[in-house]
Design a protein around this ligand. Structure first.
Ligand SMILES: NC(=O)c1ccc[n+]([C@@H]2O[C@H](COP(=O)([O-])OP(=O)(O)OC[C@H]3O[C@@H](n4cnc5c(N)ncnc54)[C@H](OP(=O)(O)O)[C@@H]3O)[C@@H](O)[C@H]2O)c1
Length: 268
C-alpha cells in the first residue's frame, strides 16, 4: 500500500528482526527499498532469517545483545563499515514472562527491565552518538506494549514499556535539535512467534481475550509493521514523542485483569 520506493536506499536497523514482529518490519522495509540489518542474540536463527529476508532486499545481520553496550558498539561499527550511515533504528527486541507481582524475584525483575528498558536506551544512545547526532538526522521507532492502564500479570514489562514511552518523550525533546524523531508503536496482542512462548494455560485464555477486544481479534505482525513504516517515513514528518496503539482499541476497553486472574487460578 505504501510507495514501493518509500525507503529507497535508507539504512535501517531492526533489533529482534529474526522473528515475529521484527521479521515482518524488516521484510516490509526491504520491500519498500531499504537496506536492513537485523540483530538479536542467537546467531544461527539470525543468519537463517537474514538469508530468507535477502529475497526481499539487501539484508545484513549481526549477533548482538541489546543489554551489552560493547556489543552494540560492534554492531554500529559493522553498519558504518558496510553502509557509512544509519537512517532508521527500530527498537523491537524484548521479552518477558507472565507472573504476579509478588512472585517476581530480583533476578526476574532485573532481567525484564534490563532487556526492555535498559537495552532500548543503550541502543538508542549508541546509534544516536554514532550516527544520528553527527548526521543531524535520524528516526527511532520503539516497539512497546499496551501498558496504558498498567499491566497486571506482567508488571515488569508494563513498567519497562512505560519507561520507554517516557524516554521517547524526553528524547523527542532533547534530540529535536539534531532533527531526530522518536516515536513508539504499542502493539496489543499480536499473532506472532512471541505468543507461542507463553504457557498453554495462558494460551487457553486467548479465545476469550479476542472476544473482549473491541475489534474481536488479535492483530497481525503486518499491521504492526504498517504503523512502524508510517512512523519511520516522511509521512509522519511532524510526529515525534508519540505512541500509536495497534491494538484494536484494547487499551480503551478491556478487562486487563484477565492474565493476572489466570495466573492466580493456576497457582491455586
Ligand atoms: N506478540 C505480541 O503480542 C506483543 C505485544 C506487545 C509487545 N510485543 C513486543 O514486541 C517485540 C517483538 O515481539 P514478538 O512477538 O515478535 O516476539 P519474539 O518473536 O519473541 O521476538 C523477540 C525478538 O527479540 C530478540 N531479543 C530478545 N532479547 C534480546 C536481547 N537482549 N538482545 C537482542 N535481541 C533480543 C529475540 O531474539 P534472540 O532470542 O535470538 O535474542 C527475538 O528475535 C517484543 O519486544 C515483544 O515483547 C509483542
Amino acid at each position: 500500500m505504501y510507495d514501493k520506493e518509500l525507503f529507497k536506499d535508507k539504512i535501517v536497523l531492526v533489533t529482534g528482526g529474526r522473528s515475529g514482529i521484527g521479521y515482518a518490519i524488516a521484510q516490509q522495509m526491504l520491500g519498500l527499498g531499504a537496506k536492513v540489518t537485523i540483530a538479536s542474540r542467537k546467531e544461527e536463527p539470525l543468519q537463517k532469517a537474514a538469508e530468507e529476508l535477502a529475497a526481499f532486499g539487501p539484508c545484513d545481520y549481526k549477533a548482538c545483545d541489546i543489554r551489552q553496550t560493547e556489543q552494540i558498539i560492534a554492531l554500529a561499527k559493522q553498519i558504518k563499515e558496510r553502509h557509512g550511515r544509519l537512517d532508521i533504528l527500530v527498537n523491537n527486541a524484548g521479552g518477558q514472562f507472565p507472573a504476579l507481582a509478588e512472585m517476581i524475584n530480583d533476578k526476574g525483575w532485573n532481567a525484564v527491565i534490563n532487556n526492555n528498558l535498559n537495552g532500548t536506551f543503550f541502543m538508542s544512545r549508541e546509534m544516536a552518538t554514532h550516527f544520528f547526532i553527527p548526521q543531524e538526522e535520524g528516526i527511532i521507532v520503539n516497539i512497546t506494549a499496551n501498558a496504558h492502564r498498567g499491566f497486571p500479570g506482567m508488571i515488569h514489562t508494563g513498567a519497562a514499556r512505560a519507561g520507554v514511552e517516557n524516554m521517547c518523550k524526553t528524547l523527542a525533546n532533547e534530540w529535536s535539535r539534531f532533527n531526530i524523531r522518536v516515536n513508539c508503536v504499542a502493539p496489543g496482542i499480536i499473532e506472532s512467534s512471541g505468543l507461542d512462548q507463553y504457557p498453554p494455560q495462558v494460551q487457553s485464555m486467548f479465545e476469550a481475550a479476542k472476544k473482549a477486544i473491541p475489534l474481536h481479534r488479535f492483530g497481525t505482525v503486518e499491521e504492526v509493521a504498517n504503523a512502524v513504516s508510517f512512523l519511520a517515513s516522511p509521512l509522519s514528518s511532524y510526529i515525534t514523542g508519540s505512541t500509536i496503539y495497534v491494538d484494536g482499541a484494547q487499551h480503551l476497553n478491556y478487562d486487563n485483569m484477565g492474565l493476572a486472574n489466570t495466573i492466580r487460578e493456576l497457582m491455586g
